[in-house]
Design a protein around this ligand. Sequence first.
Ligand code: CMC
Length: 423
Amino acid sequence: MKSAKLILDNQTIELPIIEGSEGERAVDITKLRNNTGFITLDPGYGNTGSCESSITFIDGEKGILRYRGIPIEQLAENATFSEVMYLLIKGALPTKNEITSFNNELTYHTMIHEDMKRFFDGYPMNAHPMGVLASMVAALSTFYPENSEGDVDNNIIRLLAKMKTLAAFAYKKSVGQPFMYPKNKYSFEENFLQMMFAVPSEPYEIDPVVTDALRLLLILHADHEQNCSTSTVRMVGSSLANLFISVSAGISALWGPLHGGANQRVIEMLSKIEKDGGNYKKYVNMAKDKNSGFKLMGFGHRVYKNFDPRAKILKSASDRLLNKLGISDPMLSIAKELEEIALNDDFFVERKLYPNVDFYSGIIYRALGIPTRMYTVMFALGRLPGWIAQWMELRQAKGARISRPRQIYTGSTLRGFVPISER
Ligand code: CMC
């Protein structure tokens, strides 16, 4: 086995080198503190591998993303979302029989308990749907406790089937329309669309172009290895917390504007630029000025340093979709012009800042009629199978321990308590 040498306080320590199946290398420091008293410091974890995982592979330099070894481009072109869910969670593509029974299970468990429906009455009308989704998913744990081994498998299916119902109900609540119940005749994507957009008084027709665009978006968001929300799901799950509460924590982490919340902010930014007469330079200059506190939303990524393969797929998909639906959206031209200007600017070139998945996804959500405040909920729906697969992998990992980082303390050294009368 290869090893690395580290010299600390004149003592040389050998540390094993771990190599992944795609040649990624890591210095294994699991025994570092016990053997030397030192820890490593890596705020933001840019250099820290928190686990070994066989789910998703990313090569940020080459713009590669694969689920269980299969390139994202092939899945985006050919797979159904339920095949991708199966692939991520079970580890292999399903056979015909396997996908039929998986789809049946996903259909059978779509309803939520009527008592849960009443929870929606308690949220204010303008509640952000991400807050509603996180709390409703947490609430599932009170209806479906995890008492024995089999409960986990059932709860995985329940969560996959019910989360879209909760998401659609959160939207219906926000527009004051009656909830539309799931219907068994529909596929995963169709069922979500009818729960979002159908009304009881009118027949609802499913547009296959819209269904396919939704399929693509869900697949592209389905997993992304150890990002902020997934690491949160693993962190919470490492205490042996149940699936629902761990995923609810992931939804909360995703909401932040530096993570999944960026998709809502991108469209808000593009609308602002439009209202400002298309003054791109002003926004690019603001993003370059560290004192402005402004960032180009939908740009930059911790891992991708060349291009984000998801953004590449979405850029051409948004062109195709708008054409097919006969929509002319000024946001698409603004996005393209902004991208062009930023990609030719030294600040962005030097820092390797490229459009990420959130840059073009909003244009597609808009074309599908999904309101801006629902964009991050859409991201969460897509990411759900990834969170579940990662949570399962952690549960099944040999020797998994509770996640418990250390710190370098920089506060006061020992001092005595001073009674209030003497302060
Ligand atoms: N606009 C302007 N400057 C930026 C941007 C941006 N969008 N992103 C990074 N920078 C600068 C940053 O200021 C820093 O400059 P310097 O080296 O001079 O200090 C440099 O680029 C490196 O950035 P960083 O903040 O160290 O990078 P990070 O890996 O810590 O952060 C990021 C990654 C995605 C949080 C960040 O690029 C960002 O805030 N982007 C905007 C929000 C966004 O689009 N988020 C969605 C991410 S993709 C979907 C997902 O997985 O969540």
